[in-house]
Design a protein around this ligand. Structure first.
Ligand code: SF4
Length: 686
């Protein structure tokens, strides 16, 4: 069989957006997937799960036909019968029309998220939403809290080019586990260690695969990173490590910050974080004496009620030492704000009616079960059109989400690649293409490239792309917008032109446009993105979200977390696993083999107190519900911490529901955001 190598882009919900080199076999199948060597961030490296994409692409369970449910909700494949695409699209259009006629257009809720990060196939659903005046969706599951925290200080969602990690003398990975979830970061760290003798510090509540490779690992209690950052700044200011000339020139209120931090000393932070004073001071000294220090800011510690304040506090560190000014210095949270793409055509923003209600995606359980506040005192949601997400597993408060989906009066259409838990609750299921079967364009959070990914395989079975489905429905619903008459490539071409970027004819032949700004811009030496051009130590939370009252202006520990009590003494972190990505890959053989089974990592002393051994079953619970997992003793964390990695399929649990049964849908401050790692639980032998 002839083998050729074709370029592509990883579409998954991961900042790396790797440039791929895909082995194509006989035009219809793929073999090994590798990282593209010529793309300077990917540098030929991809994670193991995408290297084995063949397992997912050609999985025997891929959906290949449109289906109508004829049996019980949630009963799986056997409850569905094939129907034609035309019959399916006609029925969906009719049901959406009926819902809108009965309750108004806002009773239809198109619901999507990050199953693909391609701008056309992910965001095109918004064009239909705006054209039909369906309810809007507040995208809070992943980055509402982290964005808020970063924007408070820096003012724009970009940071120092990730390739500069290789030129750093100290890399701090704060709240992330790139060895498992973002492998490219480790490539650049390895280069810095090899070529410059750089040190690696990891801040994470447990000894992750990344922490295992670190020179120093700090494991604060979940939700206390803000206190650690404040105490580090206290030491920097007290011990002569602050760059006062930099602060005077580039920050808004250095004197105010110093006065505020006077009482946030290591003893104060030790009491909150559970770290020792020596650990805090040692880290502060290391950070303070290294000018080329680069903080790779992860999402983990933002997934907390105080997550925005925590991330803001960490972002202040390089503004105290002036590390921003040095090559290999500064910080990166995400570069998704680097390229200003005009999304009007893709998302139909010209049709957006700001008066249309907006529903919080993290609170889908409350929305579907009729919480009046969540519904904005408007009509119930009576029809859902879902692409690119599996809220039955990924949304918090799964118990409530399940109850919502079980409503007999709710019409659900799911367009998916597999029969997910959410698809199993649908009335109509449509088979979706993968990124290898459709065209799209991708930004990357971790790098500076805008990348084009063209279809390299024919569609599997009768699968259609998200764009095709949205256009097919638009036609039946009478939705009017030029974007519905264009191909995906046509939309991309026009969007590039509208954004002042090279169109498809002039786009780099390899599909990778490096949008890296000049050094002074990348390092904010020509100003941060606030009106005064300064980094803000004094955050204006009121400009970011409505629930700002409990957030102090200066960086601090904000004690609004679910810190537990004698009933619920343990702090649960529902962390990502190496081989799943949200619920993607949690059905491929090699991922399942590597992850084993749902497991709670528990400190050996806690395990012994419960009279349990490794491998015994343990029940973890709070007022939202209760789950049984296998326990494993693990020393690399504080005794109150329990870690459960991976979004397992619901059927992997005895009671048929997964870890988000226990997580809260309380919105984080100041503008919402899911608080997946801010959960107190109790622990008992099962
Ligand atoms: S590291 Fe992330 S972007 Fe790269 S291949 Fe894996 S999932 Fe995709």
């Amino acid at each position: 069989m002839p083998l050729d190598i074709v370029p592509s882009v990883c579409p998954h919900d991961c900042p790396s957006a790797c440039a791929l080199a895909v082995e194509r076999l006989g035009g219809r199948r793929i073999g090994r997937v590798r990282g593209a060597a010529a793309q300077a961030y990917t540098r030929g490296v991809v994670c193991a799960k995408v290297a084995r994409y063949v397992e997912r692409q050609h999985h025997p369970d891929r959906l290949s036909q449109a289906l109508r449910r004829v049996g019980e909700k949630g009963a799986g494949h056997d409850a569905f019968r094939p129907i034609s695409w035309d019959a399916a699209l006609d029925e969906i259009a009719e049901r959406l029309t009926c819902a809108a006629q009965r309750y108004g257009s806002e009773s239809v809720w198109p619901y999507y998220y990050a199953g693909t990060m391609g701008l056309v196939q992910r965001d095109g659903i918004n064009r239909l939403r705006h054209a039909m005046r369906y309810s809007r969706e507040d995208l809070t599951i992943c980055n509402a809290l982290s964005d808020a925290g970063w924007l408070a200080g820096v003012g724009v969602k970009r940071g120092v080019d990730g390739r500069e990690i290789a030129k750093s003398d100290l890399i701090v990975v704060w709240g992330g586990n790139p060895a498992a979830t973002q492998v490219n970061v480790m490539t650049h760290i390895a280069a810095a260690r090899r070529e410059r003798g750089a040190r690696l510090v990891v801040v994470d509540p447990y000894r992750t695969a990344t922490a295992e490779q670190a020179d120093l690992h700090l494991a604060p209690l979940p939700g206390t990173d803000g206190a650690l950052a404040c105490a580090v700044m206290h030491v920097l200011l007290k011990k002569g490590y602050a760059d006062r000339a930099y602060m005077a020139r580039y920050t808004d209120d250095p004197a105010g910050l110093e006065a505020h931090l006077a009482t946030r000393d290591p003893a104060w932070a030790a009491g909150i974080t559970g770290l020792s004073e020596d650990e805090i001071v040692g880290f502060a000294r290391l950070y303070g004496r290294t000018k080329r220090s680069y903080i790779r800011v992860g999402y983990g510690f933002s997934r907390s009620r105080n997550g925005a304040a925590q991330l803001f506090a960490v972002s202040c560190l390089p503004a105290v030492t002036g590390a921003w000014a040095y090559e290999g210095g500064g910080a990166l949270y995400s570069n998704l704000g680097l390229v200003e793409l005009d999304r009007t055509l893709i998302e139909g923003l010209d049709l957006l009616d700001p008066a249309t209600r907006i529903l919080d995606q993290s609170r889908i359980g409350a929305v579907l079960t009729g919480d009046r506040r969540d519904l904005g005192n408007g009509p119930p949601v009576s029809a859902l059109l879902i692409q690119n997400t599996n809220p039955m597993v990924v949304a918090p408060e799964s118990g409530l989400v399940s109850r919502g989906f079980a409503r007999s009066d709710l019409f659900v259409c799911v367009h998916e690649q597999f029969m997910t838990e959410t698809a199993a609750m649908a009335d109509i299921v449509l088979p979706a293409t993968t990124f290898l079967e459709h065209d799209d364009i991708y930004l990357g959070g971790a790098h500076t490239y805008l990348q084009l990914g063209r279809a390299v395989l024919p569609a599997h079975g009768e699968c259609r792309s998200n764009h095709d489905v949205i256009c097919g429905l638009a036609q039946r619903l009478g939705a009017d917008h030029p974007g519905f008459a264009m191909s995906a490539l046509g939309l991309i071409d026009r969007t590039l032109r509208m954004s002042g970027l090279p169109d498809l004819e002039h786009f780099p032949e390899d599909g990778r446009l490096d949008c890296c700004p000049p050094f002074a811009t990348g390092h904010f030496l020509d100003g941060f993105a606030h009106a005064d051009g300064k980094f803000h130590f004094r955050a204006d939370w009121s400009a970011i979200g409505p629930t700002f009252a409990r957030l102090p202006a200066f960086p601090d520990h904000v004690a609004v977390i679910d810190d537990g009590d004698s009933e619920r003494p343990f702090r649960l972190v529902a962390a990502p696993s190496r081989s799943f990505l949200n619920t993607t890959f949690n059905n491929t053989p090699s991922s399942l083999a590597r992850e084993g089974r749902p497991t709670a990592l528990v400190h050996p002393e806690a395990l012994a107190r419960l009279g349990l051994d490794d491998g015994d079953q343990v029940r973890i619970s709070n007022r939202r519900g209760s789950l049984v997992l296998h326990a494993q003793g693990f020393e690399g964390m504080q005794k109150r911490v329990v870690i459960v990695e991976g979004l397992w399929p619901n059927h992997a649990f005895e009671e048929g529901i997964g870890i988000n049964l226990l997580t809260s849908a309380d919105p984080g401050l100041p503008r919402g955001g899911a608080v997946f790692h801010d959960t107190s639980i109790w622990l008992k032998p099962a």
